[in-house]
Design a protein around this ligand. Structure first.
Ligand SMILES: Cc1cc2nc3c(=O)[nH]c(=O)nc-3n(C[C@H](O)[C@H](O)[C@H](O)COP(=O)(O)O)c2cc1C
Length: 305
C-alpha cells in the first residue's frame, strides 16, 4: 500500500506536508507555470502589508557559503492589489492557500487580516512577526512575548480561520515566544524565519546589501532551525511547520522527527523550483522503506541520548 502523505492540523487537511515558504515564490503565478500547484500541501504567499511596498534598493540579495542573504524589505503589492489581482488566481488553485501578513503596527496587522477574513479561499494566515530586514514591525513583535501574545490575540478576533505565528530565531528563547503565541490563541507555529547576518565586499568596504544586513537562509541555517523546532516542540503543544534549509526528503524527515507536522521550502526553490515535487517522491520512498504508513508516525519521534 502506498504511504499516506496527507497531514492535518488546526482542523485543516493538507494533501501533503510540503509547502512553499513565504517570499520565495511570490503569489504562486510563476511556479504554476512549472507544475500544478496541486502538488503542494500549501502555497504560502509573500508577506502582504496594508500599503504596497517597493522594498530596499538593490543589491538586496547576496550568496554566502551554503546559503544566501536577503534584505528585500517586504516588497509587495499591498492588500488592495492582492485582493483584486492575486486572489482570483489563487481561487483557481487546487491547493491550500496560506497568506503571510506583515505590518508595522498592531493596527496594520489587524486591518490586513480583517480584509482577508471573508475571503474563504484564504485557508490560513501566517503572521510574519519575524522579518529581520525592515525598520518597523516584523521582529519588534516577534522578539517580545507580551507583544506577540497581544498581536496574535488581536488577529484571532478578526480572522475566523486558523492563524500561524511565524517565529524569529533572532531571540534569546524561541520557546518563550512560542508559548506567548500559544497563549494569544495561535493555532500553529512556523519555525523559523531567517537569521540576521551580513557580508562585506572587501574591495569597496561596503556591505553586499544596501540595507547593510539581511536574513540568512538556505542549507547553512538547517541545524539552527532543527534545534529551534525541537526546543519549541518540547515547550509547546501547538503543531509546528518546520522551515530552514530544507531541499530534500531527508531534510524534511529530520524536521518531522524534531517535532514538525509539515515543512516549508524557501531558498531551494530559487535553485530548483520543482523541489517540492521531487521531495514528495523521496518522502514516499522513505516511508515505504521504513514501513511507515504516515508522516504522523515521525513527528516528534527523535530518539535522544
Ligand atoms: C528572498 C527571500 C524573501 C523572503 N521573504 C519573506 C517574507 O516576505 N515573509 C516571511 O515571513 N518570510 C520571508 N522569507 C523567509 C522564508 O520564508 C523562510 O523562513 C527562510 O528563507 C528560511 O527557509 P529556507 O532556508 O528554506 O529559505 C524570505 C526568504 C527569502 C530567501
Amino acid at each position: 500500500m502506498s504511504p499516506d502523505l496527507r497531514v492535518s492540523f488546526a482542523g485543516v487537511e493538507f494533501a501533503n506536508p510540503i509547502m512553499t515558504a513565504s517570499g520565495c515564490c511570490g503569489y504562486g503565478e510563476e511556479l504554476a507555470k512549472v507544475y500544478p500547484l496541486s502538488k503542494l500541501g500549501a502555497l504560502v504567499t509573500k508577506s502582504v502589508t496594508l500599503k504596497p511596498r517597493l522594498g530596499h534598493p538593490p543589491p538586496r540579495t547576496a550568496e554566502t557559503a551554503s546559503g544566501m542573504l536577503n534584505a528585500i524589505g517586504l516588497a509587495n503589492v499591498g492588500i488592495d492589489c492582492f485582493i483584486t489581482d492575486k486572489i482570483p488566481f489563487l481561487e483557481k488553485q487546487k491547493t491550500r492557500v496560506i497568506v503571510n501578513v506583515a505590518g508595522s503596527s498592531l493596527n496594520e496587522y489587524v486591518e490586513v487580516c480583517g480584509r482577508l477574513s471573508d475571503i474563504a479561499r484564504v485557508d490560513m494566515i501566517e503572521l510574519n512577526i519575524s522579518c529581520p530586514n525592515v525598520d518597523e514591525g516584523g521582529m519588534e513583535f516577534g522578539a517580545d512575548p507580551v507583544m506577540t501574545e497581544k498581536l496574535v490575540a488581536a488577529v484571532k478576533k478578526v480572522f475566523p480561520r486558523p492563524v500561524i505565528a511565524k517565529l524569529s530565531p533572532n531571540v534569546t528563547s524561541i520557546a518563550t515566544i512560542a508559548a506567548a503565541a500559544e497563549q494569544g490563541g495561535a493555532d500553529a507555529l512556523a519555525v523559523i524565519n531567517s537569521l540576521v547576518g551580513t557580508a562585506i565586499d572587501v574591495e569597496t568596504w561596503r556591505p553586499r546589501l544596501t540595507y547593510n544586513k539581511g536574513g540568512l537562509t538556505g542549507a547553512a541555517i538547517k541545524p539552527v532551525a532543527l534545534a529551534m523546532v525541537n526546543a519549541v516542540h518540547e515547550k509547546c503543544r501547538l503543531p509546528i511547520i518546520g522551515i530552514g534549509g530544507i531541499s530534500n526528503g531527508s531534510d524534511a524527515v529530520e524536521f518531522f522527527l524534531c517535532g514538525a507536522t509539515a515543512v516549508q521550502v524557501g531558498t531551494a526553490l530559487f535553485i530548483e523550483p520543482d523541489v517540492p515535487v521531487r521531495m514528495l517522491g523521496e518522502l514516499k520512498a522513505y516511508l515505504k522503506r521504513k514501513k511507515l504508513s504516515s508522516i504522523g508516525e515521525l513527528t516528534g519521534k527523535v530518539r535522544k541520548y
